[in-house]
Design a protein around this ligand. Structure first.
Ligand SMILES: [Zn+2]
Length: 417
């Protein structure tokens, strides 16, 4: 009888005992697999102990001679199993490494391609290895034509509690005029947000649309209903893509000024809120070249010098000029961003995708961001909003995951192993 262990030629596999548990490397199993139909022709040709092409029959096993090494010939199915085993047992090595390892002992037609495929379809690898490209598609800008056409809102949370116990800030920015209001708050939740928005409306008028991010304090029925009752359309930017929400930029501006004023006494920030508003609202904006306060209130803000006699153009003329400036700025931004995109990705309803996971260090829960899996999913694309924003559901279609920007998504092979 044959030795039940095959001769691995020159190879020493130090995990031999472990991997042999599957029986994949046992002589009789490999011999059995070579009795399959697709080996018939080879067996016939090799019957008389002769070689055929570079194949030989040795100890009953069909081998292939490659550079003086006698490799055991496996059929694609068997090879696939061996490769999956090796890939797993050797720490999810990449396709080329896997192929080189396999080729130490085995041969299969198109085994290089097979090794790549095995790695590409490994679920663990799909979730844990970083992708070397970002999906993208053309960006579009939000155009606004007038004051109060669109405002964006957001919280800056968890500041050092100041005088009256305020520890958060609610920021409202009018996208046309760049006019900013900063509201110190005690909490950050739906009620607080609605209250601040109401205060803004009472003072400056009702906005047509309101842009918020996907935080739960905005993304709920109460928030949406309360505003739509006042005829305000609520728009949500896509999750985890700051570019989708211009507030991000204004928040940074507010934070910058606050830092400048309070870096020595962090708890003092509340006293400086008015100054920060004035710094932003009373100086010309770099794009509109007008003071936000003028565009919002139709009145020039106070200046350290005497006001010039009223010879400037009237409000409507200046607003028209701002409109053109904003349009030009948006166009050039869109052109610039789009020129960076080399390959466009569009997903369709029914596609399966992975989502970049939010890499927040959660050391308190025994997790660290670097070792977290960089992707979560898979999820199903249910709706395509504008070729860059997609609504995702769980695979069974039962639970809504949210709205994501294309750059947070990655296509997912539907038949992983
Ligand atoms: Zn893997």
């Amino acid at each position: 009888m044959y030795d039940s262990r095959i001769n691995f030629n020159h190879v020493e596999l130090n995990v031999y005992d472990k991997i042999n548990a599957t029986g994949l490397y046992r002589f009789e199993n490999i011999l059995q697999s070579q009795r399959e139909e697709n080996f018939d022709l080879l067996h016939e040709k090799l019957r008389d102990g002769e070689s055929f092409k570079s194949y030989i029959l040795q100890e009953g096993l069909i081998r292939k001679m490659i550079h003086d090494t006698r490799l055991i010939v496996l059929d694609p199915n068997y090879s696939c199993q061996v490769m999956k085993d090796l890939h797993r047992d050797y720490g999810h090595i990449g396709g080329r490494k896997l192929w080189l390892l396999f080729r130490n002992v085995f041969y299969c037609k198109n085994d290089r391609r097979l090794a790549k495929k095995v790695v590409r379809q490994c679920v663990k690898c799909i979730f844990s290895k970083s992708k070397n490209r970002v999906c993208n598609n053309e960006i579009k800008s939000i155009l606004v034509e007038n004051v109060l056409d669109l405002v964006c809102v957001d919280f800056i949370g968890n500041l050092i509690p100041g005088d009256q116990g305020y520890s958060h800030i609610f920021v409202i920015t009018d996208i046309f005029s760049k006019f900013v209001r900063i509201y110190p708050t005690h909490s950050y939740n739906t009620d607080t947000a609605l209250e601040c928005i109401q205060r803004f409306i009472n003072r400056h008028g009702r906005m047509n649309r309101l842009l918020a991010d996907n935080a739960t304090y905005f993304q709920n029925e109460k928030f949406k209903t309360t505003l739509s009752q006042q005829n305000i359309e609520v728009i949500f930017s896509s999750i985890r893509h700051p570019c989708g929400n211009p507030t991000e930029r204004y928040i940074q501006e507010v934070t910058k000024f606050l830092r400048l004023l309070t870096h020595e006494h962090h708890e003092d920030w509340v006293r400086h809120v008015q100054s920060v508003e004035d710094f932003i609202n009373h100086t010309p904006h770099t794009v509109t070249e007008e003071c936000p306060a003028y565009l919002m209130n139709r009145r020039m803000p106070p200046t350290p010098w005497d006001p010039f006699p009223e010879e400037a153009d009237d409000y409507d003329t200046r607003v028209q000029r701002v409109r053109e400036k904003l349009r030009r700025a948006a166009d050039s931004y869109v052109r610039k961003e789009n020129s960076k995109i080399t390959k466009r990705t569009i997903f369709h309803p029914g596609d399966t995708v992975l989502v970049k996971s939010y890499r927040l260090g959660r050391r308190d829960r025994g997790k660290c961001a670097k070792l977290d899996l960089p992707y979560v999913g898979p999820y199903t694309v249910v709706r395509n909003f504008n070729d860059v924003t997609y609504e995702l559901y769980t695979m069974d279609g039962k639970k809504k995951i949210g709205r994501y920007h294309v750059s947070s998504l990655f296509p997912y092979d539907n038949n992983p192993t």
